[in-house]
Write a protein that binds this ligand. Structure first.
Ligand SMILES: Cc1cc2nc3c(=O)[nH]c(=O)nc-3n(C[C@H](O)[C@H](O)[C@H](O)COP(=O)(O)O)c2cc1C
Length: 176
């Protein structure tokens, strides 16, 4: 059977299942609010240096603080930070529950960033595109940081995974 391209009414579950075949670096989007806010945001993409895009659901609690402060940060992690990932995956958790158990700091914009994150982009909002049920936010990177800390944490087939680094692709049979 040949898979046909998705159409508007196709099952959303199918959409996510297909997308699940693309491992995505686990990413937390953070911003300054009355208390630090942050959510798991995998619809983050690089546009072209120094621009980053983030798609944020209009129901997302972090949207208003990001629009109000005019800034946000994106944080990437190693598998060692699975516990941070779980804190941010917990639905409805407060900023305090998500941030206080972990070390965090600020770079240029005042957006909170997780101290052990392996990669961080600190961004100011360049443009907001209001779509149907999401805001596509384009950010300009004003500061960044790298803190390498082992194999990356990725989201693959609907679950968190540690990415096995295998530069010799022919010899790598870890995944069937
Ligand atoms: C794997 C995964 C990826 C997600 N990606 C996004 C995203 O890109 N944009 C977004 O607005 N919400 C995304 N969400 C939803 C938010 O992380 C969050 O769960 C939702 O906004 C409810 O947030 P709250 O628990 O902070 O209230 C994602 C959730 C998961 C589990």
């Amino acid at each position: 059977m040949v898979d046909k391209p998705d159409r508007a009414k196709e099952d959303v579950a199918r959409f996510w299942k297909v997308l699940g075949e693309r491992p995505i670096g686990f990413t937390v989007v953070t911003a300054a609010g009355d208390e630090p806010v942050g959510f798991v945001g995998l619809a983050v993409a690089h546009v072209s240096p120094p621009l980053i895009s983030v798609a944020i659901d209009i129901q997302n609690r972090a949207l208003e603080p990001i629009r109000r402060s005019g800034s946000f940060a994106v944080n990437f992690f190693s598998a060692k930070d699975e516990v941070i990932a779980e804190a941010f995956m917990k639905k409805g958790a407060s900023g305090a529950e998500r941030f206080w158990p972990h070390n965090w700091e600020t770079l240029e914009t005042g957006s909170p960033v997780l101290s052990t994150a392996t990669g961080v982009f600190d961004c100011v909002v360049e443009r907001v595109v209001e779509l149907d049920h999401v805001n596509l936010i384009i950010g300009r990177v004003v500061a960044s940081r790298i803190r390498q800390n082992g194999p990356p944490l990725v989201f693959f087939r609907g679950a968190l995974s540690a990415m096995a680094i295998c530069r010799n692709v022919q010899a790598c049979d870890a995944l069937k």
